[in-house]
Design a protein. Sequence first.
Length: 460
Amino acid sequence: MHEALQKEIALYEKRTPKSAEAHTKAQSRIPLGVASNYRAYDPYPIFVAEGHGGRIKDIDGSEYIDHNLCFGTLMAGHGHPAVVKAVKWALDNGSTFGMPHGMELELAEEICARYPVEMVRFGNSGTEATMHACRIARAATGRDKILRFEGAYHGLHDTALVSVKPKEEDFGDINAPNSVPGGLGIIKAVLDNVTVATFNDLASVENRFKQFPSQIAAIILEPIMMNVGLCMPQKGFLEGLRDICTKNGALLIFDEVKTGAKLGWSGASGFFGVKPDIITLAKSIGGGVPLAAFGASREVMDLIVQHKVFHGGTYNTNRIAMAAGLATFREVLTRENYAYVDKLGEKLAGGYRDIIKKVGLEAYVMRAGVNGALMLYPKEILNYRDWLKIDVDLWRQFWFGMVNRGVLAMPYWWDEQWTISVQHTEAEIDKHLAVFEEVAAGLAQTQKERGLKFVGAAGH
């Protein structure tokens, strides 16, 4: 660990003693002391006391401009008045029934009006949505195999936990990557039915369809790969996937858990002009309440109607989630708000680029909708293996440096990205940039001193 990072971590520990104490206590009952592995990092995570608008306060009393926003779940920001009002109404009038109540149809209509789907079913998390999407794709095609991209993230069901963060010694030929389990407990039968290709490489996809003729049910992907910072599809890639699926009788699944609300009015399908067969949604569509959905054509969703595919869930369409979702679509994810956050996003990304150039940092900024990321690379990455070539401790110097100065620039982990909420202000973007300018000079100096010898092993 280099000296500049050591100093930032020492300052972090000095500022957050109550978080350290809370984490130590939590570990006695909760594995890693946190409720999700992604929330665990060294020396310990910040414990949060409250959040309002675009800011949070930790249990030590320090306030931060929040661009973590629950891993991108809160484009609405913390406690958006419209969402809070809707949730209070639902709590006062019956939160959940396990019976239909009419709001399901209202929210389904909102979704079908924006995305190229004809019917929708609801759930509670992105993991549920992608799990059901894969299952219904297999049922619709009568095939077992799902094609996914190396390094992508689609949730925590078994089909999704393949080649999420494979190690270099395991991942094999870039033209035909190995199917690598994302941990213990993934059985061989799952690995046999999940085949892996390389993002932005149509030849690797074609290769898999030739290797497994009439066996691949679907391709699932994030249209913008957001488990490696932010990796954009290259020109023609998404269109090529659409053509390959059509030609081979497979379905194209857009995992829009992240992009569906935050990229624009109609998500990635509208942004890129490519129509998938199935879309999954979650995160920001609920305004901070657990809510997910998957949608497709009537023909595909008719498999549920015919009882050929089973979909259920006790908490599906609970009225709290439906009320929050309707408030989010109608009062948060508006065209006016998209224009507003687009302005803030351009200001933040443009400011980062100016500062990077000014201090001589070898890096670039990628932005898509309300999401963006500082990418510590000399040129644009195109896939997971490109992303591995990062100086992890340089990124940690960036993250701790920003947090110590009151800006939670993004979630911890160098595969994440920032999110801008509709409640962030221009003044908060200005402060974010002022803090980054203070931190960036030190990053450039460290980068110059360390060179490339510390690059690599970015998986976690």
